[in-house]
Write a protein that binds this ligand. Structure first.
Ligand SMILES: [Zn+2]
Length: 525
């Protein structure tokens, strides 16, 4: 009769914050959780066709939710875009470029990102001659880690119309050698001469990127994810993949509400809500980032004579937000600095009640007043504790002490009653394992082991909650995701050991060994 399709037994189940502890077994029927309990009770649902998974003391969790990532950009690095961030010599860089050249279609552009000659024993960055030695039959362009310099091979310069006589555009530079020939190095606005010639990704390219990124996230136990700001043509790709049943996990796609240098983007026509795809959030940017000193602060940066910049005219932002709010869209706004957070809260306060709880992405430097206002409004905070590890050293260099003490203050957010959804912001951060983000939330240490706002540490249970149920709340999916509870979707992650036996320092030695979405296994280590 009511026999289960799959039963997990002999596990350590974390069913959710404040849920009952001590369960060891879970049954799945169709795409839902049919039962949670003891091995004995749950095995009563076993029938002749039931698959039984012996967890042998390993941890079973609700699938992780990455509440803020850039899916197609993760996928771009996993498919056609060459990731050379890890290159440690000019020779190694050349090998990586040559290896990709053998896999691309003949004549296709080869584009790589992230080299840094400071790491090269050769003591210099690549030039046109280095790249010509690898390929002359296709354009090759490598962008430096700073994103302000590219180096091109001869074919790429030719496509961009760059010769020894080409004048540099204003705000840019074209480097020349002693004989007056371009070295291939283009700086700032001169990069556009060549980059503008690169064809934009096709629908097939986008499909390959999304598919690769979701597979990658599934290997980290991520069963629901968010693409934090996409252009209209990519919305169509997502809709088509969903219609074809090709999304292996669940994606909340945020439509860009504004594009730099272009202006407001019209709201998409209608919301899209299925089990695998949701499009009912619109994304804005109130400020920039800390490393570029463009996050809007109330006090000057330590490393630059500026307080950053607000990117939105408040009246225009309010008008766009009103339209979205009235039409039932959730609003997610990037705000890192305290001045930007203040502006976003003012706009959200002006909107009045509505069907959707709005979000603040990053929410890096709020004060106590901001947290109280966010809690009152039901605003969801979407911070990245992994930044404490990967960018903490920069925070210490850039931020005045008063702000450093409250950088990504997750403890204060939770204590103020703000819903927190943890996330990675990958590929801004390379390490997008939720276990790494959870560890960083608990340890609050940077890559040098130095504490970063250590009073803002949270517990393992709180971090797990913020990486599961919190993310489900942030996309409006908490009615059937984020907990291991009868009737909820069977989105599950199995770890390689017992999470509660590992000290926080060793959390990341655990791996995800199985990921299930809607009762179907989508990853096995
Ligand atoms: Zn982001």
């Amino acid at each position: 009769m009511h026999t289960a399709d799959t039963i997990f037994v002999k596990g350590v189940l974390w069913t959710g914050l404040n849920e009952r502890a001590g369960h060891t077994a879970l049954a799945v029927k169709g795409d839902r959780i049919a039962a949670v309990g003891s091995d004995h009770d749950v095995l009563n649902l076993r029938g002749p066709g039931t698959r039984v998974v012996d967890l042998a003391g390993r941890t079973l969790l609700p699938g992780f939710v990455d509440a803020h990532a850039h899916i197609w950009k993760i996928g771009h690095l996993l498919t056609t875009l060459l990731d050379v961030r890890g290159s440690d010599s000019l020779a190694d860089l050349g090998e990586r470029v040559a290896a990709l050249a053998t896999r691309l279609a003949p004549g296709a552009w080869l584009y790589g990102r992230g080299y840094n000659e400071a790491r090269f024993p050769e003591g210099r960055g690549p030039t046109r001659a280095d790249l010509d030695a690898i390929a002359t039959d296709r354009p090759v362009v490598l962008m430096r880690t700073c994103a302000h310099i590219v180096v091109c091979n001869s074919r790429a310069l030719e496509r961009g119309g760059v010769t020894r006589d080409t004048p540099a555009p204003s705000g840019g530079e074209i480097d020349h050698d002693a004989s007056g020939e371009p070295t291939g190095v283009l700086r700032e606005t001169a990069m556009g001469l060549v980059l503008r010639q690169m064809p934009p990704p096709t629908q097939d390219d986008y499909r390959a990127m999304i598919t690769a990124a979701l597979a990658h996230q599934l290997s980290h136990g991520i069963t629901s994810t968010n693409d934090a700001g996409v252009a209209p043509e990519l919305l169509d790709t997502y809709r088509a993949l969903d219609a074809e049943g090709r999304l292996p996990s669940r994606v909340n796609v945020m439509a860009l509400g504004m594009v730099d240098g272009v202006g407001p983007v019209p709201l998409p026509v209608g919301h899209h809500r299925s089990d695998h795809l949701r499009i009912d959030t619109v994304k804005f940017f109130a400020d920039g980032g800390l490393s570029g000193a463009t996050a809007a602060l109330s006090v000057p940066y330590r490393h630059a004579d500026t307080r950053g910049v607000l990117r939105l005219d408040e009246d225009e932002f309010l008008a766009l937000a009103r339209e979205a709010h009235a039409d039932g869209w959730r609003i997610a706004t990037h705000a890192i600095g305290d001045v930007a957070i203040d502006q976003v809260l003012r706009v959200y306060e002006a909107l009045g009640p509505g069907p959707m709880r709005h979000r603040i992405e990053h929410f890096g430097l709020p004060g106590a007043d901001h947290l109280a206002r966010a809690a009152r409004l039901g605003v969801i905070a979407v911070p990245q504790t992994i930044f404490v590890l990967t960018l903490g050293r920069n925070f210490r260099q850039y931020l005045p002490d008063a702000l450093l003490r409250r950088a990504y203050p997750v403890r204060a957010m939770i204590d103020a009653g703000v819903t927190v959804a943890l996330s990675s912001d990958a590929p801004v951060v390379e390490n997008d394992s939720p276990l790494a983000g959870i560890q960083a939330a608990m340890l609050r240490r940077d890559a040098d082991g130095q504490p970063v706002a250590p009073d803002e540490a949270i517990t393992l249970d709180e971090a797990l909650d913020a990486y599961t149920r919190g993310g489900a709340v942030a996309s409006g999916d908490d009615a059937d995701r984020g907990l291991l509870r009868e009737g909820m979707l069977a989105d599950l992650a199995v770890l390689s050991g017992d999470l509660w036996e590992a000290p926080p320092e060793e959390l990341t030695s655990l791996r995800v060994t199985q990921t299930w979405v809607g009762g179907r296994q989508q990853f096995a280590a």
